[in-house]
Design a protein around this ligand. Structure first.
Ligand code: ZN
Length: 167
C-alpha cells in the first residue's frame, strides 16, 4: 500500500511577510537569505512595531514578552522567539511551526536591505573580487542596494548550521 503523501502545513511559510524586532538582527538576515520577505528596523518602538505589523499584515517575530502581549491584544499574528544564539532561535522557530529552508542563492533576498537578487550576466561590468571570480561561477546582485552575492564559505557555514538545526 502506498504511503500517503502528507504535506506539512506550517504556521509561517515563505508566503508570509515578516517583521522582526530589534534584538533579532542576525535572525532577520538569515531569514532573508532563506528567501523570506523580512522588514527589519532596530529603531522601531514596541507600539510602532504593532502598528506596522497590523497595517502591512506582517507576521511578527519578537524577543520581547511585552511586545508579544501587545501583539496578542491587537490580534497581530506573532511568535515569541526564544534563545540567545542563532541556533537556539532557529530551533525555537522550528518548534513553533515556522518553515526553515536550506538557503539557495537564487531564492534569497538581500540580507542587508531585503531587496530582490538578480543573477549577474555580464561579470565584466560589476565589481567582484578577483579571487571570487576565480572560484565561483554564479554571482547575484541586489536590485535595491547593488550588494553582490555568491555562495562562498559564509553560505556554506549558514547552510551547515541550518542543516544541523533541521535534524
Ligand atoms: Zn540590498
Amino acid at each position: 500500500m502506498a504511503i500517503p503523501n502528507i504535506k506539512k502545513t506550517f504556521t509561517v511559510s515563505i508566503e508570509n511577510k515578516l517583521l522582526i524586532d530589534g534584538p533579532l538582527g542576525k535572525l532577520a538576515r538569515w531569514m532573508r537569505i532563506m528567501g523570506y520577505y523580512c522588514h527589519y528596523d532596530p529603531d522601531l518602538t514596541s507600539s510602532l512595531i504593532i502598528t506596522l505589523a497590523k497595517e502591512k499584515k506582517l507576521f511578527l517575530f519578537t524577543k520581547s514578552l511585552n511586545t508579544a502581549k501587545q501583539a496578542k491584544l491587537n490580534e497581530v499574528a506573532h511568535i515569541l522567539v526564544n534563545g540567545k544564539i542563532i541556533q537556539e532561535q532557529l530551533i525555537s522557530l522550528v518548534t513553533q511551526n515556522v518553515q526553515i529552508n536550506i538557503p539557495e542563492i537564487h531564492n534569497a533576498r538581500c540580507s542587508i536591505c531585503n531587496g530582490n537578487l538578480k543573477i549577474i550576466i555580464d561579470k565584466t561590468v560589476e565589481i567582484i573580487p578577483k579571487k571570487s571570480l576565480e572560484h565561483y561561477d554564479q554571482f547575484f546582485k541586489c536590485l535595491n542596494c547593488n550588494q553582490i552575492y555568491w555562495e562562498g564559505s559564509h553560505w556554506k557555514k549558514i547552510r551547515n548550521t541550518i542543516r544541523i538545526v533541521l535534524i
